[in-house]
Write a protein that binds this ligand. Sequence first.
Ligand code: 5GP
Length: 126
Amino acid sequence: MASIFTKIVNHEIPSYKIYEDDKTYAFLDINPETKGHTLVVPKVEVDKIYDLSDEDWNALWATVKKVSKHMEEVTGRRIVYKVVGTDVAHAHVHLMPLDENWEYGKTLHLREDEFQSICEKLAFQD
Ligand code: 5GP
C-alpha cells in the first residue's frame, strides 16, 4: 500500500505545498513544532533515508538546502533539521524555523487559516 507521503505527492491527500521538483516534494507538517515546520520527501517511496539511491539522496538534500535558504530569507530565522522516521515509513527530513518557544516534540495547534497563510508566505517555485 502506498505511504501517506506518496498519497500526498500524488495529490490523493491534500497538503500545503511549499516546493516541488521532479524528484522531491516539500509540504507543511500537519503537526508542526514551529510555524513553518516543513517535511521534504523523495518522490520515490523508500522507508529508510540511508537506503535511497545516491541520486535520490542528493536530490533530497539539494531540496532541503534550497528550501532552507528560502525559508531563512522569508522568516529571518535559523532553520534546524531533524530526521526521525519512526511514524511514517517514507524517508523525510523535518525543517523548522527556530523559535525561542520551540519544545522538541511538542505540537503547535494551528488553525487552517494559519496553515494557509504560512504556506502562502513560504511556497516558491524555481
Ligand atoms: P517521523 O516519522 O519523522 O517521526 O514523523 C512523521 C511526521 O509526519 C510527523 O511530524 C507527522 O506530523 C507528519 N505527518 C504524518 N501524517 C501526515 C499527513 O497526513 N500530512 C502531513 N502534512 N504531515 C503528516
